[in-house]
Design a protein around this ligand. Structure first.
Ligand code: NAD
Ligand code: ZN
Length: 287
């Protein structure tokens, strides 16, 4: 249930949004009593410039990171002052090209663990709103660093997956691709049915290149964007984070949605210090 409260005491472009479903608030909040039930209301300011661009923009790009899936129960790697560690190894060591060469079995153990975490995760409101946006703008591009497939599960038809997809694998010798259902844990097949070589996750690891055709399309769309959102990413993994810079330098209005500041914040025209589902539901109401 969402309520927007209008009050004469409220600034023209400010909104209170209901955030009762969220355990904590990250912005000034107040409690609102509605038919005997208490709601926690969070204040968010949307500039009149963003309201106008949102209504008029034809070319819109969204870049998402792990944070958009946090409300689905998928752990992020960074954020809240912590970083992920697997069996004492930092995530960028276990998720690396070097590790694939030296200990592919251990890499698979880590990815099978991550697939088991994902097994029961469902798309959240933020994924669902972005799936609606593909039909609300003339030219909408969804670019993600996530490998969790939740954008597609929410109904997004075209997703530029910069870092691959955790439910796919490919042969280390002949490159044959394999698709796994969410329930296939541990992964199958373990070896290629054509050449019997080992298969590896179809995920771009630290020290590896992005799929060129996906990146090139993401870069072109970022250059053309009038409005560019950077949502739920710590903005430290390149070249993905660089797309926001490319968009900004080519004239896009840059908007960040993240409970925490990031290195990209300084470049943004507008930043929301809140969760993606809260901000997107508010922006969605303006469309
Ligand atoms: P990250 O883990 O480095 O950063 C997550 C960011 O999300 C943080 O800045 C945090 O403040 C923010 N955040 C947390 N909760 C949020 C919410 N509810 N709404 C909005 N923002 C929220 O993630 P990254 O920048 O995507 O980079 C990590 C790399 O790891 C990427 O390459 C990505 O492929 C991979 N990764 C993917 C997943 C996934 O597929 N779900 C999960 C973890 C890591
Ligand atoms: Zn093969």
């Amino acid at each position: 249930m969402r309520i927007r409260v209008s009050s004469t005491a409220m600034p023209l472009s400010g909104y209170w949004v209901e955030s009762a479903l969220l355990e904590e608030t990250v912005a000034p909040s107040r409690t609102f009593d509605f038919f005997g039930k208490k709601y926690n209301l969070k204040f968010m300011q949307i500039s009149s410039r963003l309201q106008k661009i949102l209504k008029e923009a034809k070319r819109v790009c969204v870049l998402t990171g792990a944070g958009i899936s946090a409300e689905s129960g998928v752990p992020t790697f960074r954020g809240g002052g912590g970083t992920a560690v697997w069996k004492g190894m930092p995530f960028d060591q276990i998720s690396s090209a070097k590790m694939v060469r030296e200990n592919l079995d251990e890499v698979w153990e880590w990815f099978d663990y991550r697939r088991s975490v994902l097994k029961d995760c469902k798309p959240n409101l933020a994924h669902k709103i972005l799936a609606q946006w593909q039909d609300k703008f003339d030219d909408f591009t969804l670019i993600t660093q996530n490998i969790d497939n939740l954008h597609r599960e929410a109904g997004s038809r075209e997703v530029l997956e910069l870092h691959g997809n955790i439910h796919r694998s490919y042969c280390t010798k002949c490159n044959k691709r394999f698709f796994m259902s969410k329930d296939t844990i541990p992964h199958q097949p373990v070896a290629c049915d054509e050449c019997h070589s080992k298969v590896r996750p179809d995920v771009v690891l630290f020290g590896e290149f992005l799929p060129p055709s996906v990146y090139e399309r993401a870069e072109r769309k970022s250059m053309q964007a009038e409005l560019f959102f950077i949502i739920g990413t710590s903005a430290v993994v390149y070249p993905a984070a660089g797309l926001a810079e490319i968009a900004k330098f080519n004239g896009a209005f840059l908007v960040e949605i993240n409970p925490e500041e990031t290195p990209m914040t300084k470049l943004c025209d507008e930043s929301f210090r809140a969760r993606s589902s809260e901000v997107l539901s508010l922006l969605n109401e303006l469309l």
